[in-house]
Design a protein around this ligand. Structure first.
Ligand SMILES: [Zn+2]
Length: 264
């Protein structure tokens, strides 16, 4: 049995945002509202839980003016998950909205690409235009986790456990990775920030933050190869995800089930 349950959990939002902030190339209706949601993801199979990304803290939410809808710990608790018991956490990349709160997971191994740690600690961090989505304390924290033997490095594609695969794509950052997961409705691809919004991929118009635009395009192609349909590709920040998939009871629509068929 390799099928997993997969959940998207929203923890923050940025309502006051317009379309031109989400695309590299000029677009029509560039002043139209286009809010951004912030998610992390949970994979569950019986008692086994894998967390994908770890959000940001209340302090970072305040500093960056991205209000939390709930904390990552609250979101996990609502699904009946005690963070301290989680043994595997996949970090898709080290930007502030994906790699905070690591202290919530004292018993976890953090799975990350070699290239991402090299990127976040290397020469390009000397440039503010590349550095600004990172929080230095998150990067220092992951280095501490390396020294504490809490990091499992991956180089390229690998199967973490039956039904859960990591796919290095780069593009958005130096070592960005996607996650594909076997579910009862087929393989779900958690693109994370390999694709922020469905529209980035559909219109071939990348989100404004990228390290390598060619790798970004290759990431979209890979997502489409891996997924049986577009409904199996889950972008990292699109509010449409919460409309498209069934809400988990009691979550007020903040947590949706990606292993179930889409609403329409
Ligand atoms: Zn992000």
């Amino acid at each position: 049995m390799t099928d997993w349950e997969v959940y998207a959990l929203r923890y923050a939002t940025h309502e006051d945002r317009v379309a031109r902030e989400n695309f590299t190339r000029p677009i029509d209706l560039h002043d139209a509202p286009m809010p951004m949601d912030y998610f992390f993801w949970v994979l569950r199979q019986g008692h086994r839980v894998i967390v994908v990304d770890t959000g940001f803290s209340a302090e970072v939410a305040k500093a960056r003016k991205r209000p939390l809808t709930r904390t990552v710990a609250e979101a996990l608790t609502q699904l009946g998950i005690e963070p301290g018991t989680v043994e595997d956490v996949i970090i898709t990349h080290l930007h502030h909205d994906h790699a905070g709160n690591l202290d919530l997971f004292p018993n976890a191994q953090f799975h990350i690409q070699d290239a991402e740690i090299a990127f976040a600690t290397g020469r390009y961090m000397g440039a503010s235009c590349i550095r600004y989505p990172f929080e230095i304390e998150d990067v220092v924290r992951i280095v501490r986790a390396v020294y504490a033997e809490q990091v499992t490095f991956h180089d390229g594609d690998s199967e973490l456990t039956p039904g859960v695969c990591l796919h290095k794509v780069g593009g958005h950052t130096g070592g960005m990775q996607m996650v594909s997961v076997s579910t009862a409705r087929g393989r779900v691809v958690l693109a994370s920030d390999a694709c922020h919004y469905y529209a980035n991929m559909q219109q071939q118009n990348p989100f404004v933050i990228f390290f390598d635009i060619g790798q970004m395009v290759q990431g979209w192609r890979l997502a489409r190869q891996l997924a049986p349909s577009e409904d199996h590709i889950i972008p990292g920040h699109d509010p449409a995800v919460r409309r498209r998939f069934p809400a988990v009871t009691g979550s007020s629509g903040e947590t949706v089930a990606l292993h179930l068929p889409p609403n329409v």
